[in-house]
Design a protein around this ligand. Sequence first.
Ligand SMILES: CC(C)(COP(=O)(O)OP(=O)(O)OC[C@H]1O[C@@H](n2cnc3c(N)ncnc32)[C@H](O)[C@@H]1OP(=O)(O)O)[C@@H](O)C(=O)NCCC(=O)NCCS
Length: 283
Amino acid sequence: MSRPEIRVMTHGDVDFVMRLQEMVGWGNTRADAERSLYYEPSGCFVASVGGVDVGMVNSFLYGDVGFIGNLIVVPETRGSGVGAALMGRAIERLTSEGAATIRLDGVQKAIPLYERLGFKGEYWSLRYSGTAAKAPHHSIEPMTRDDLEKVATLDRRFFGLDRSQKLRRVQHDFPELCFKASKGGVMHGFIMAKPGVSNVRVGPWICDPKHAEYAEPLLNALSSKVVGRRLWVGLPEFNKAAVKIVEGKGFARMPSSLRMCYGACKKVEDVSGIFGVGAPDKG
Ligand SMILES: CC(C)(COP(=O)(O)OP(=O)(O)OC[C@H]1O[C@@H](n2cnc3c(N)ncnc32)[C@H](O)[C@@H]1OP(=O)(O)O)[C@@H](O)C(=O)NCCC(=O)NCCS
């Protein structure tokens, strides 16, 4: 096979991206693909072989920490190095723009590939799915644009990086799926979600562990808004309070991903406040 060519993705590639997304069935929508291009116009890539598009990957940069996600190669071309080449391009892009650390959530089958490239396992990122039902959430209010500054400050305390651009965009696009727990002007927690093809993807879901009593009502507020829909949530294995909440609701465990790290793996996040990851590809 000739060497894959890798180019920067553009809006004209979104039809191809959607073909790949339908193939893997992760529930990502056209709006998700467009948002990734909005966040990272030069960080999303397409691979082609002999002029035929065969794969994609996205990279996201937060200061000196990068994330990689949505690595997909068409089944006919797998096993011949296209995945590794796409990863190489994403790593090169992130490191050349200042990333000292790169993280990703790897599905089990892809872990050997990431290990070969130098990634090391950090913790399991658990996946749960369950049906949304009405549940008590008296202390929770809808999040508005005016809350975003406090939301971003709280998010940064636990995620460790500034992802305010993404929080702003998700609140703008899906205000009906964003809620806050705030008392006397102090933000204790928030939850956001995005509609997927056949589900609603929770995240980020952040709550100050000193006020952990708000974590479940935050999920309840969202759940009550989308009754009957399938909810998806990813959470760090070490946040036992989050595990207890979703398992208490009877959510089913799906195959976990391994949070992996490349480079200077300094700890930036505090998982005690991370009840739901933002998204598998963006942290
Ligand atoms: C992961 C994936 C992009 C790799 O693409 P590729 O072009 O085959 O990658 P390479 O040829 O460079 O490397 C092959 C490696 O991919 C991994 N792999 C193989 N089949 C896979 C599968 N169905 N799903 C995930 N990873 C797989 C293995 O580690 C394999 O290494 P091995 O040949 O030593 O077993 C491709 O298998 C794919 O699209 N899988 C479905 C989507 C997915 O799971 N993406 C990863 C999300 S974290």
